[in-house]
Each structure stands twice: as structure tokens, then as C-alpha cells.
Design a binder for this molecule. Structure first.
Ligand code: MN3
Length: 251
């Protein structure tokens, strides 16, 4: 059963994307919104595909190394996409559902199918968000209503960063730390295990730090704190700001 709040949340995401595509011409969009949009899971359908990285594998050096980026995208992310497609191959009933619907409703299915969809659908969505929030020449400062919301909900941008870093350090085993906002626009930092996406907690993700060992072990080994510091050097806060500001406008 999907709660009304979650139903509204789904519509909210869709309305946000719709406003952007219908009310702005391609030229206007280029001038007002030059950053990539975070993927909208309500618009992703079977068969799912691996999105290309929006930069070269070596582009985030020296912070995130070429070999890790290559394996992370071509092997780990690709495996989530392939396993998700494989799980739906013989399920025409599920092939009609968006990735958002699959993730919100998978608990209604047999436990093994539900687990496969959550792990691989979540993995696909989380990594699709991850790649677009990073940039070789990142904007270092949050902008617009998002900057004000950070101050309101954390005290300052620096305090928000500290909370996110601490959360990423605190994840036990495999998982992610996320900066999210809820239906009311309130920002929060949460940790989620495995590939559980913030969506299933009725949270809209803005930035996730992947602290699975595959994300950093080749270069940083057990030095997770160094990885988190390096990672944050590649975050494009203009993209993250835009993701919040566009959604706030759609409210
Ligand atoms: Mn990963």
C-alpha cells in the first residue's frame, strides 16, 4: 500500500520535471539551467540502461582515481542495471512500472524478488544520481534557496558538510550517507544500508556518499576519512543547489 504522502511525493517529482520541460524552451533552459538534472526515477522504465558518465573516467583525478571510476561505473553500476533487467525479464506485470514504482512497491512481492529489485534498482538509481553530482571543475558554493535552507536546517554550509562527513564515517558495513530533503523542503542527513534509496524513506536525495569499499579501497584502502574529503572536493554544489531549487519552485 502506498501512502498518500508517498503518492504526493511521486507526483511532486514528476511535476517538477514537467514544469521544466514544458515551460521553458531549449534555449531558455540552456541559459537558466546549465547543470545536469538529477535522474527522476518516475521517468525510468524497463529495460534500464547504464547512463554514460558525464565526464571522462580520469576527469576526477587526483581525488577519485581512474581505475576506481572505471570499475565502479563499468562493472558495479552495470551489474545493478543488468541484474535488475534480468529480474524483470519474465515479469511483464512489473515491466510496466517506473523505477520509482518498483522501489516503492517491491515489498508487496515475494521476498526474493523484492530483495533483488531493492538492491539492484536502488543501486542503479543511487549511482545514476552519484555521477551527475560530481564534476571536474565543481562549483564550491551552494546557491539560491538551497543555500538559505542549509543555513536554516544545519546552521551553516560548513555544519551541513560536517554532519554529512560524520554520517559517512558512521556507516557500518556497506551503505551510503545522504543529504536529502523531505516533502516540506526540510533538509536532513541520513545513512542507509546497502543500496536502499532515500526514496523508500519518503526522502528526495540531493547528494550521496557511497561508502561501499568498492568506491574507495583501491586508492584509499582503510582510510575512509581521506576518501570522504577527496570525494567532497569533486561535488558540484551548483548541480546539488539546482536539484533543490527546481523542486522548491515546483511546490
Ligand atoms: Mn558504488
Amino acid at each position: 500500500m502506498i501512502s498518500r504522502r508517498k503518492f504526493l511525493w511521486g507526483s511532486f517529482l514528476t511535476i517538477g520535471a514537467g514544469l521544466l520541460s514544458q515551460n521553458t524552451s531549449a534555449t531558455e533552459r540552456k541559459t537558466t539551467s546549465q547543470k545536469p538534472l538529477l535522474p527522476n526515477p518516475a521517468q525510468l522504465f524497463y529495460p534500464f540502461s547504464l547512463p554514460p558518465l558525464p565526464y571522462a573516467y580520469e576527469a576526477l583525478e587526483p581525488y577519485l582515481d581512474t581505475q576506481t571510476m572505471t570499475l565502479h561505473h563499468q562493472k558495479h553500476h552495470a551489474a545493478y542495471v543488468n541484474n535488475l533487467n534480468k529480474a524483470l525479464e519474465t515479469r511483464q506485470d512489473l515491466q510496466q512500472l517506473s523505477l520509482q514504482e518498483l522501489l516503492l512497491r517491491c515489498h508487496e512481492l515475494a521476498p526474493e524478488v523484492a530483495k533483488t529489485i531493492l538492491n539492484n534498482g536502488g543501486g542503479h538509481l543511487n549511482h545514476s544520481i552519484l555521477w551527475v553530482t560530481l564534476h571536474p571543475q565543481p562549483e564550491k558554493t551552494p546557491q539560491g534557496p538551497f543555500a538559505e535552507a542549509l543555513q536554516r536546517d544545519f546552521g551553516s554550509f560548513a555544519q551541513a558538510l560536517e554532519k554529512l562527513q560524520n554520517a559517512a564515517m558512521s556507516v557500518f558495513g556497506s551503505g551510503w550517507a545522504w543529504l536529502c530533503f523531505d516533502y516540506d523542503g526540510k533538509l536532513s542527513v541520513v545513512t542507509l544500508p546497502n543500496q536502499d534509496p532515500p526514496l523508500i524513506q519518503s526522502l528526495n536525495p540531493l547528494l550521496g556518499i557511497d561508502v561501499w569499499e568498492h568506491a574507495y579501497y583501491l586508492k584509499f584502502q582503510n582510510r575512509r576519512a581521506d576518501y570522504i574529503t577527496a570525494f567532497l572536493n569533486t561535488v558540484d554544489w551548483a548541480t546539488v543547489s539546482q536539484a533543490y531549487n527546481l523542486s522548491a519552485l515546483a511546490c
